[in-house]
Design a protein around this ligand. Structure first.
Ligand code: NAG
Length: 243
């Protein structure tokens, strides 16, 4: 009898221990699930995490090999909708923690501003004024970025140029670029394509982060400086109404 009682007691003990363990396991699982919820952007959470796959514009353009070939039609799916490109950006890049690199980029900026002030051509960059370009709305000028922003991996400033002045500005930058790397890209409704397949470089290229770019008509670079009546803002020109 005594042996049976002892057996029952040890069985009960084992059962309660098992229950405790099960409860502890359940609590641990719940805690892990809660962590997975709050860590939705942590790629270590694996395929359940939104950060596991490329996001934004990086979903459409990647340098990775793909498991299956991309159909040829898809290369043209992203709205090759502009007959003629009428506005462009040059982005002058500089390593923001390297004084020489920044000084070289600022030297080019100064020389461009001086050329605009002389009336050699029209382009808009930080430092040009309405006195140099009549009708310019100076508050629309994008300031110098002293670090990465949007798709740009290092410090940069933007130079907007309409097609009327593209050759002159291109020539000037080719001659005066020094060691500055310049991204050259068009402004259309296909922001991602503009910064990848349609982009060109003067000097060694940098890798852009396409993640912040958006697709389709929600383009990131709208036609700019419309008050100047240049580029897409010019009247009675085929293609001008496309954007
Ligand atoms: C100049 O640009 C700013 C910023 O886009 C805008 O708020 C303002 O109305 C513009 N001024 C004129 C005179 O168009």
């Amino acid at each position: 009898m005594r042996g049976i009682a002892r057996l029952a007691l040890s069985l009960a003990l084992a059962l309660s221990l098992a229950l405790e363990k099960a409860q502890a396991l359940a609590a641990a699982a719940a805690a892990a699930a809660a962590v997975a919820d709050t860590a939705g952007s942590d790629p270590r959470a694996g395929k359940n995490s939104p950060a596991w796959y490329p996001q934004g514009g990086a979903r459409y353009a990647t340098s990775h090999a793909t498991k299956t070939p991309i159909p040829g039609e898809d290369h043209f799916a992203e709205t090759f909708d502009v007959e003629t490109i009428l506005e462009f950006h040059f982005h002058a890049y500089f390593f923001e923690h390297n004084p020489q690199a920044k000084a070289d980029a600022m030297r080019l900026r100064r020389e461009l501003i001086d050329a605009v002030a002389r009336g050699d051509f029209v382009c808009v960059l930080p430092g040009v004024t309405a006195a140099m370009i009549p009708g310019l709305n100076e508050s629309e000028i994008w300031p110098i970025d002293d670090g990465p922003i949007g798709p740009h991996p290092v410090g940069q400033y933007e130079i907007w140029v309409p097609d009327e002045h593209l050759a002159a500005v291109m020539s000037f930058i080719m001659i005066h670029r020094g060691e500055v790397s310049i991204l050259f890209h068009p402004l259309t409704q296909s922001c991602i394509e503009d910064h990848s397949g349609r982009a060109m470089w003067l000097g060694p290229p940098f890798r852009l982060d396409l993640t912040p770019l958006t697709r389709g008509t929600d383009h990131c670079d709208r036609p700019q400086y419309r008050s100047l009546g240049l580029g897409y803002a010019k009247r009675h020109v085929a293609g001008a109404a496309l954007i």
